[in-house]
Ligand binder design. Structure first.
Ligand code: ADP
Length: 583
């Protein structure tokens, strides 16, 4: 997680750096472009200003040439004195706004002058050029500080010989006045590299620096200045007052016609603003795009993370579920196995219980079978004697008694066989009256042997319940045997059996024995108060009976009756049409 945050921060920082670099590139390119355009515009402006200046000065040049041809000038030269020309010069000077007009000898001696006095500037070099037949020109300052531009034209006589020169001077302040302050800042430097004409008065007479580009005041005052080049452009950085730009493009245009160099300082602030605007726009766009991209990837990352978490949880849950499933299946199998084992154990127990009951009943039963057998024997022997004496009717009598006894024995054996049979079908329709009759018959030998009085009023019609014939019979046999056992030491021995019909069918067994020692324990397996061996009690009879009745959906209960004896009841479900329909 921490690594991810660091990685993202470094990605964002890297992106910002790239955007900054791109913005710087855009700024530089935009600045170049703007400077190019600015330079073109500035060059046009400078050309215009230069043409204007040369155009203005041209007038004075032409004036000098014209005046040189004037007849009065020729006359004055012929006469050897300038007198007479002064008036003409003054008149022309006033009309043309020339500062002064002079007539000189080829050596520079003044013959006539419009505004009499001394020459405003040193005209020697100009006149000497005129003396060679060329046009002389130059600039300079008067004693009062007025800046002057002067032209000198040769004066020829009739034989085309140079006899003198006309010098016309112009006051530059008069030329400058109508473009002072206009943009861009323009200045013209003369041959001595000083600013002579400009539309910014603060830099008049500033001198070009010796150590490179730039200007400095002539009196040596230090002013801030620096410069750098951008491609073919030269940019000046200066703090020269409010009327000159802080950063300016420096443009140059040579003006050989008047022996000067025109220069312009174009403010680069607009170019910088434009470049900054372009760079900001590009950076803004990139940043916005980057932010969108970042948000999108963040969103995708978050989604992917949530997805992974979800999948992990699902996988976890699935694993847990399949674990649980496997465990449940295993448990179900184990339970089924246990149930099978239990059913088997119960079946085994039932069978064991029956064997035990048979053991208990064996004495009575053998007596019960022995007695008719003995009787059959005697009836048969007597019958043989009756036949010998020819008393066939008595012999027939004996035979029918033998037949009765044999039938009785057959019934006992049939009951025994039925009791011993292992019953496998679950719950069927059973006539509780018949089952009870069979159980009583099976236990009759013991009842009689123990001299127990049995009270039972058998219902005349069958009563159908849900159960199994053999197992239900086993329960009844068990209850009757227990009652007989309990009353062995009693003086009065009564066993009352009854069938009552309510919501279900209840069969009750009530004896006149001593009652149950611990009624809440009698149904526990292996609980017995009888001595082992005496009646071969194992303490299983009631617990087996409990299981059997419960498997029929019924209930077996045991308690002590009010008069002391034990009272056991077996409650069974009726086999009615409803149940039949449900089966
Ligand atoms: P067993 O007969 O082998 O002892 P049973 O489960 O049939 O096993 O009976 C358990 C115990 O319940 C008996 O030992 C006896 O103490 C008590 N019992 C059962 N029937 C009666 C009864 N009719 N009167 C008194 N006690 C009884």
């Amino acid at each position: 997680m921490g690594g991810g945050v660091l990685r993202r921060i470094s990605v964002v920082l890297g992106f910002v750096l790239v955007v900054a670099a791109a913005a710087a590139g855009v700024w530089r390119y935009g600045y170049f472009q703007a400077l190019d355009q600015m330079a073109r515009q500035g060059e046009a402006d400078l050309a215009l200003a230069s043409d204007r200046l040369t155009g203005q000065l041209q007038r004075y040049r032409e004036l000098a040439v014209l005046v040189a041809d004037h007849p009065q000038v020729q006359a004055a030269l012929a006469g050897g004195s300038g007198s007479g020309a002064e008036h003409l010069f003054l008149d022309i000077a006033d009309k043309t706004a020339a500062q002064d007009i002079l007539l000189t000898t080829p050596n520079g001696g003044i013959l006539a002058q419009a505004r009499s006095g001394v020459a405003p500037i040193d005209i020697g070099p100009l006149v000497s050029r005129a003396a060679q037949g060329a046009l002389g020109w130059g600039n300079g300052r008067t004693g009062q500080g007025t800046r002057i531009f002067a032209f000198a034209a040769p004066v020829f006589d009739a034989r085309s010989e140079i006899r003198g020169a006309i010098v016309v001077t112009a006051d530059l302040a008069g030329i400058e006045w109508d473009w002072v302050g206009s943009n861009p800042a323009v200045f013209f430097t003369d041959a001595t590299d000083r600013v002579f004409i400009t539309n910014r008065s603060e830099i008049v007479f500033w001198q070009r620096r010796e150590d490179g580009p730039g200007l400095a005041p002539a009196d040596g005052t230090r002013v801030p200045f620096d410069s750098y080049r951008l491609g073919r452009h030269e940019v000046w950085q200066m703090g020269w007052g409010p009327y000159l730009p802080q950063n300016a493009l420096h443009l140059v245009r040579p003006l050989p016609v008047i022996g000067m160099t025109g220069e312009a300082l174009v403010d680069v602030a607009p170019a910088r603003r434009l470049a900054t605007l372009q760079a900001a726009a590009v950076a803004g766009l990139c940043l916005a795009f980057g932010a969108l991209l970042f948000l999108a990837t963040e969103r995708r990352r978050t989604l992917a993370q949530a997805n992974a978490q979800l999948e992990a949880r699902v996988a976890e849950r699935t694993a847990a579920l399949s674990d649980t499933n496997a465990r449940l299946t295993r448990e179900a199998e184990e339970r089924e196995e246990a149930q099978r084992a239990l059913a088997q154990a119960q079946a085994d127990l039932v069978q064991a219980g029956k064997l035990s009951a048979l053991g208990q009943m064996s004495a009575g039963l053998s007596h019960e079978l022995n007695q008719p057998l003995m009787a059959i024997q005697s009836y048969a022997e007597n019958g043989v004697q009756f036949l010998g004496r020819g008393k066939t009717d008595r012999a027939g009598d004996n035979l029918s008694r033998i037949s009765d006894l044999a039938r009785r024995m057959g019934r006992i054996i049939k009951n025994l066989r039925a009791f011993a049979r292992q019953e496998s079908e679950p719950v069927v329709r059973v006539d509780v009256v018949a089952v009870l009759a069979s159980a009583i018959e099976l236990t009759m030998p013991r009842i009689r042997q123990a001299e127990v009085a049995l009270y039972y009023d058998a219902p005349g019609t069958p009563i159908f319940v849900r159960g199994g014939e053999v197992r239900l019979g086993q329960v009844f046999v068990n209850l009757i045997s227990n009652a007989v056992d309990a009353m062995a030491a009693q003086d009065t021995r009564h066993l009352s059996i009854a069938i009552r019909a309510g919501t279900g069918i209840t069969v009750t067994f009530r004896d006149s024995g001593p009652g149950i020692d611990s009624p809440d324990k009698v149904f526990d397996p292996f609980y017995s108060t009888k001595d082992v061996g005496e009646t071969e009690g194992m303490g299983l009879g009631l617990s087996i009976s409990y299981g059997i009745v419960q498997s029929f959906g019924g209930e077996i209960k045991g308690r002590n009756a009010n008069d002391g004896g034990a009272l056991f009841s077996v409650e069974l479900q009726r086999w009615d049409s409803m149940a039949e329909a449900a089966e």
